[in-house]
Structure formats: C-alpha cells, structure tokens
Ligand binder design. Structure first.
Ligand SMILES: *Cc1c(COP(=O)(O)O)cnc(C)c1O
Length: 395
C-alpha cells in the first residue's frame, strides 16, 4: 500500500518536465540551449509597481489580510472590470488568490462533485485537466482543429455538451495557441450555452492585454444572460509581468466566490499582503507600458510566424494574442524521418538543434509543438536558424 493518496494517483506527472529537465542537464554540461518553453513574459515588473510594494513594506503592510483579498485590491479589480470590460460586480463577487492557478483550483474544488463533467477544448493549458481530476471531476476533452485556428466551434460544442456538463472552460487568448475568440464567435457559442442552464462557464482571461493588430477583446460574461453563471478569472502575472508575485483573481456568482474563500481560508489564507499592494498599483496606475510591450511581442510574433513558415515541413498560423505559436510538424513525422510523434520531434530538436520547445500532445493535440516567443529577438533569430537546419537535416 502506497502512502500516496488515490486522488493524487489520478494526476499525471507534468509532460513538460522531460524536456525541461533534459534542457537543464544539457546546459549544465556546457551546451548553449535556447529555451522557447517559457510560460512567462521576459520583461521585468514595471518600477511603479515595485515601488508600491516597497512602500507597503515600509508602512508595515505586512500582516494577515482578509482571506480572499484586501478591500483596496477588490475595489481596484471592481474598477478594472467596469473600465475595461464594462462589467459591474459587487465587492462580494470578487475573490483574490495566490495566482490565477489557485483561483482555478479553489473554484473547481469548491464546486465539483465526484464524476462531474468538465468540458475542456484542446489544445488546453496543461493544468486544467489535472485540477479537475484532483477535484474528483471528469475532464471531457474536445479536440479543436487547426483549420478553425484551434478554436471551439458551435458545432463541436453542440456535440460535446450535455445535461451532465457542470463547467466549460474557455481560454482566450489561448495558451498554447495564442488564438483568441472574436465577439461574434463568443456570441455564437453563447447561443448553445444559453440552452444548458445548469452549465457554468470558466473564462480564463489571463492574456487579455496581450493582443495584436487592434484585436478587440471580448469576454463571455459580457453576454448578459450568461453573466450569472460565468466565473471570469484573470490576474496580474502576464499583463504586468508579475508571475513571481502570485496574484490572481476572479469575479462571478456570490455563492461560488464565498465557497472559494472557504477553501482558501483552510489552505493558504490570504495572498501576500505586499503583492496585493503591488497589484493595486498595477491595476490603478499607468497602463502605458502594456501597449509598448505588446508592440514588442507583435514584432517577435511576426518574425517567428514568418520564419517557421519558411521552413520546409512546418506550417504555422498567425494568432491574435498571448506569446505563443503552435506550429504543425506532421509532415516531418513518419517512416522517412523516423520520428513517430511530436514528442520525438521535440526531443530530437533539443538533442540535435539545442532548442527547447514543448510537444503539442502535452496540451492535448498531437502533431504540433508550442513555441514561446517571450525571449529576446536575438535568441529568436538564433533559434529559428537552428530549427531550420534541424528540419532540413531530417529529409
Ligand atoms: C499563466 C497562466 C495562468 C495563471 O497564472 P498565475 O501565474 O497562476 O496567475 C492561467 N491560465 C493560463 C492559460 C496561463 O497561461
């Protein structure tokens, strides 16, 4: 009998671990590996935000706070939703946690009974299925196709949803594809969701501010009739380059928000008081650098998409946001190259080309890989050259 619990046994070890640890080994051995696996912006946290944290320490803002967020931060979040999304929430409809990840964990732990079904469009962020499994739920994966830019279509939704669907997760712009739903696409999905009155919607908006070409961000809680069963998750990690500060938040139905606080009160209690003060400044202070950074990300996206499409055997669509692309490598798999899967491709690319990316199957879709362009243009140029040489060597 193992000491490890049965619920933990349902969780797979992180599929990205193999590549990450191999890359680390190679670096330790003196190899110049370029990492395109990062799930965080390479920019530093803006100075005004850092100073707000220093000020908080000096003022003695260093004690326990209310479990699911200080009144000040909740107010800043309330204004953010009003200002940016035209959504009105009461203060008790808002919850703050230690990163978006804890917020998701709280939400599913607080609402899922054994066997409850959760619809997850693939490719998906790696943590969704495992959080659902830990909570005792049943992830129901819906594979989305490249020809629809990896977005869930109304037809696919219609086929997959049922009376048993407790939640559906939407993530736009998406990790790992960068694809984002337009208002029109969200309205089309909402027409089906309106018929399933017991299904709740989790909208993961963490990449809201990283979009290009004047893309107009729209979130499903803006569909009035769905707002009462939508939990919108967001956070400061990606928009404000604050991954290490660990602040995420959600807004939605009071009953869920209250249940989430209950879980948090018996696990971590409040997120760090200092990080909360910094997050207040992030949300209320100047937003100027968001545009500057997005422009820089856009230049990299354009370069990476163009470079990948110039490599024989690869093809890559141009996504609307986030800092990832999800190129297709199916033409390089098979007998001729002796690569059986995207995992083989990624492992060999690391070994021979010394570039670290993540296989698409880690995100629930085979035949692709994820490239994160949250790194310098110089690194990207070197990496694209190496990927080209590697792919050419295969044929
Ligand atoms: C990074 C990320 C999150 C949450 O990140 P936190 O640092 O925990 O706030 C949530 N969803 C997606 C899709 C992400 O990429």
């Amino acid at each position: 009998m193992s000491i490890v619990s049965n619920s933990l046994k349902r969780i797979k070890p992180s599929p990205t671990m193999a590549v990450t640890s191999k890359a680390r080994e190679m670096r330790a051995a003196g190899k110049d590996v370029i990492g395109l696996g990062a799930g965080e912006p390479d920019f530093d946290t803006p100075d005004n935000i850092k100073e707000a944290a220093i000020e908080a320490i000096k003022l003695g803002d260093t004690k326990y706070t209310a479990v699911d967020g200080t009144p000040k931060l909740k107010k800043a979040i309330q204004s953010k939703f009003k200002r940016e999304n035209n959504l009105s929430y009461e203060i008790d409809q808002i919850s703050v946690g230690t990163g978006g990840k804890q917020v998701l964990y709280n939400a599913f732990m607080a609402t899922i009974n054994k066997g409850d079904e959760v619809l997850i469009p693939a490719p998906y962020w790696v943590s969704y299925p495992d959080i659902i499994l830990l909570a005792g739920g049943k992830p129901k994966i819906v594979k989305c196709s490249e020809k629809n830019n990896f977005k869930l279509t109304p037809n696919e939704l219609k086929k997959a949803i049922s009376k048993k669907t407790k939640w559906i997760i939407l993530n736009s712009p998406s990790n790992p594809t960068g694809s984002a739903y337009t208002k029109k696409e969200i309205i089309a999905l909402s027409k089906i969701l309106l018929k399933y009155k017991k299904t709740f919607i989790l909208s993961d908006d963490i990449y809201e501010h990283i979009t290009y070409d004047n893309f107009k961000f729209y979130t499903i809680a803006q569909v009035e009739k769905l707002k009462s069963r939508t939990l919108t998750m967001n956070g400061v990690s990606k928009s404000y380059s604050m991954t290490g500060w660990r602040i995420g938040y959600a807004a939605g139905p009071k009953e869920i928000i209250k249940a989430m606080a209950k879980i948090q009160s018996q696990s971590t209690s409040n997120p760090t008081s200092i990080s909360q003060a910094a997050a207040v400044e992030a949300l209320n202070g100047t937003q100027d650098f968001i545009k500057i950074r997005s422009d820089s990300f856009k230049a990299r996206r354009d370069f990476v998409v163009q470079s990948l499409n110039n490599i024989k055997g690869l093809s890559c669509s141009k996504p609307e946001g986030a800092f990832y692309v999800f190129p297709n490598c199916k033409k390089l798999l098979g007998n001729k190259t002796k690569l059986k899967s995207d995992k083989d491709f990624v492992e060999r690319l690391l070994e021979k080309g010394e570039v670290a990316v993540v296989q698409g199957s880690a995100f629930g879709l085979n035949g692709y890989f994820r490239v994160s362009y949250a790194t310098s243009m110089e690194n990207l140029k070197k990496a694209m050259e190496r990927i080209k040489i590697f792919c050419e060597s295969l044929s």
